[in-house]
Structure formats: structure tokens, C-alpha cells
Design a binder for this molecule. Structure first.
Ligand code: HEC
Length: 102
């Protein structure tokens, strides 16, 4: 059941965004990440937690994967972000760490 759910999310994410976060607001995304995401990553990965995004075996490999991962976190943590907020966060993380071009 859970994997069916995740599968649907991935499907939605991959269908609706050719360029997922082209028009998103990265600085709004940064504020959301600073508030909701960093402390836990920092606890597990040390420093400011950003090495989670740059480690050699990172999980996220594509911009669509990034949106899907953020959506999963949003759901798992019960943050109730709207889709545009997820995309703002994706845009910020991409600009700062992942640097996917499409
Ligand atoms: C309760 C702790 C916790 C919180 C809160 C949390 N994360 Fe994470 N996050 C993790 C852990 C642990 C991993 C690594 C999972 C793994 O390696 O399998 C991770 C991995 C990730 C990755 C993938 C990194 C990679 O390997 O490429 C992204 C992106 C991410 N988190 C984004 C977020 C965002 C955005 C938020 C805020 C909404 C958030 N996380 C909040 C614990 C957390």
C-alpha cells in the first residue's frame, strides 16, 4: 500500500514537470529548508547538514528525483506544504547543491 502511494507520487511528479522548478522562488525555499529540514540533517551528518546533498552516494540523481524526495519528506513529516512550496525548496536545493540542468 505504501509503495503504491509512493509510486503514484513519482508518477505525478514525472508527468507534470518537464522543467520542474523553472519558475520557483529559491529564496522562499531556503527559508523553508532552514526552518524545517536542517537540524535533523545536521544531527546525522554534522556541520550544517549540507553534506547530505553532496555525499558521494547521495540518493537524488535527477531534478525529478529531487522533487519526489522533497514530496516524500513533506508527506512523512506532515508539513502540509503546497506544491509551489515543494518546488521552491527543490529550486533552492538544486541551485545550491545539486545543480541539475534539466
Ligand atoms: C527527522 C530527520 C529529517 C528531517 C526532519 C528531514 N530529513 Fe531529509 N533526510 C534525512 C535522512 C536520515 C536522510 C538520508 C536518507 C538515506 O540516506 O537513506 C535524508 C535525505 C534527504 C535528501 C536526499 C539527499 C541525497 O542523498 O541526495 C533530501 C533531498 C532531503 N533529505 C530533503 C529534506 C527536506 C527538504 C526536508 C525538510 C522538509 C528534510 N529532508 C527533513 C532526515 C531528515
Amino acid at each position: 500500500m505504501k509503495s503504491l502511494f509512493l509510486c503514484c507520487l513519482l508518477l505525478i511528479a514525472s508527468n507534470s514537470y518537464a522543467e520542474p522548478f523553472k519558475n520557483a522562488d529559491a529564496s522562499a525555499g531556503k527559508a523553508l529548508v532552514d526552518k524545517n529540514c536542517i537540524s535533523c540533517h545536521a544531527k546525522s551528518f554534522g556541520g550544517d547538514g549540507s553534506s547530505i546533498y553532496t555525499r558521494e552516494y547521495r540518493k537524488v540523481k535527477t531534478s525529478k528525483g529531487l522533487v519526489a524526495q522533497i514530496r516524500n519528506c513533506n508527506t512523512m513529516l506532515g508539513l502540509k506544504w503546497f506544491e509551489d512550496e515543494e518546488l521552491n525548496v527543490a529550486s533552492y536545493l538544486n541551485k545550491t547543491y545539486y545543480k541539475f540542468s534539466e
